[in-house]
Design a binder for this molecule. Structure first.
Ligand SMILES: NC(=O)c1ccc[n+]([C@@H]2O[C@H](COP(=O)([O-])OP(=O)(O)OC[C@H]3O[C@@H](n4cnc5c(N)ncnc54)[C@H](OP(=O)(O)O)[C@@H]3O)[C@@H](O)[C@H]2O)c1
Length: 292
């Protein structure tokens, strides 16, 4: 094993995921040797193949960005959601134990009930109200129940970033062609840039700490505020109007308030995640430059 590297990381979903791609880049930039995979390279459900890959690559870390992330579709596709969000982390935890590798798993603000009035800490009681949230919580529990000594579960939220469809990209696309947009204003959460999350993940991996961490941008916003900020940063002449959730019915339940407290992550990595507005502006500017 190379003594110079900070670690050796396999990233499941590392070539195609919204998070997977920047995570691969951030780990490389932080000094990890990285093996990103797609389902074609390595079937994550093939436990023998995963064990062999961990051994052959001499992996110190297995990052799992693979998930069933279609929140509304999950309501009707319960089996598939649980297979990816509960069963897979459990299988991976059991593969990481004998390989002495740290499993890094991503979870969600949807594990909470959305009834809070102050940011949720890692110790706050969970109470998911959607299939997606329940299946992701079951994945957290599968890792804990596997008794793996070294794991990091990063609960994140409201991701945007380059390379793949996301809420901000969708809003910018609509704002280019419409004079006004109506966006839900009574759901408040923690917008988070994937480039930031990837950097925190690399830093946290290097600490060797174990546990659950809330990994989100600092501050809070409603979907309407996030959309308005993105439209303003892009300089688009589109009005963003607030509407209640009842004006935009969705199949799955959504939390009214799911802001996550990120102080534990900040203490672990020695820096406070920057405000979401800063990272959003960087993302929007980079998209606008790419579109020029
Ligand atoms: N996006 C958000 O706003 C958000 C919010 C909170 C938490 N999270 C969590 O953050 C993590 C990363 O999310 P993301 O938005 O980056 O997800 P994503 O873009 O939907 O990527 C999911 C990855 O999983 C892979 N995948 C899906 N089904 C698979 C299967 N059956 N076998 C193998 N690979 C499969 C996909 O590969 P293909 O490209 O081949 O389909 C893709 O690389 C997830 O754990 C998610 O729950 C996301």
């Amino acid at each position: 094993m190379s003594g110079e590297k900070k670690g050796r990381a396999i990233v499941l979903g590392g070539k195609t995921g919204l998070l997977g791609r920047p995570l691969t880049a951030a780990l490389e930039a932080a000094g990890f040797a990285v093996m990103p995979t797609t389902r074609g390279d390595l079937d994550p459900f093939d436990t023998g193949a995963v064990a062999r890959a961990l051994h052959a690559f001499e992996a110190t870390h297995l990052f799992n960005t693979v998930a069933y992330t279609a929140v509304d579709a999950a309501e009707d596709d319960v089996e598939a959601a649980y297979r990816l969000n509960r069963d897979l982390p459990g299988l991976l935890a059991r593969a990481c134990g004998p390989a002495k590798a740290t499993l890094v798993q991503y979870s969600t603000d949807f594990v909470f009930d959305g009834e809070a009035t102050a940011p949720y800490t890692e110790e706050a009681p969970t109470d998911p109200r959607s299939v997606y949230g329940a299946s992701k919580l079951a994945g957290e529990r599968a890792i804990l129940e596997a008794g793996l000594p070294d794991y990091q579960i990063l609960r994140t939220a409201w991701l945007y970033g380059p390379g793949k469809k996301n809420f901000v990209a969708t809003i910018l696309g609509l704002a280019r062609t419409r004079p006004e947009l109506s966006v839900v204003a009574d759901q408040v959460g923690s917008p988070t840039g994937t480039l930031d999350l990837a950097g925190w993940s690399a830093d946290l991996a290097a600490t060797g700490k174990t546990g659950i961490f809330h990994a989100v941008g600092s501050g809070q916003a409603s979907w309407c505020e996030l959309a308005a900020e993105a439209v303003a940063a892009a300089g688009l002449p589109c009005r963003v109007l607030p509407i209640p959730s009842s004006g935009y019915p969705q199949k799955a339940w959504r939390p009214r308030y799911s802001v996550l407290a990120n102080a534990k992550l900040a203490a672990a990595i020695g820096r406070t995640p920057r405000p979401w507005r800063q990272s959003l502006r960087e993302y929007v500017y980079s998209q606008e430059q790419a579109a020029d």
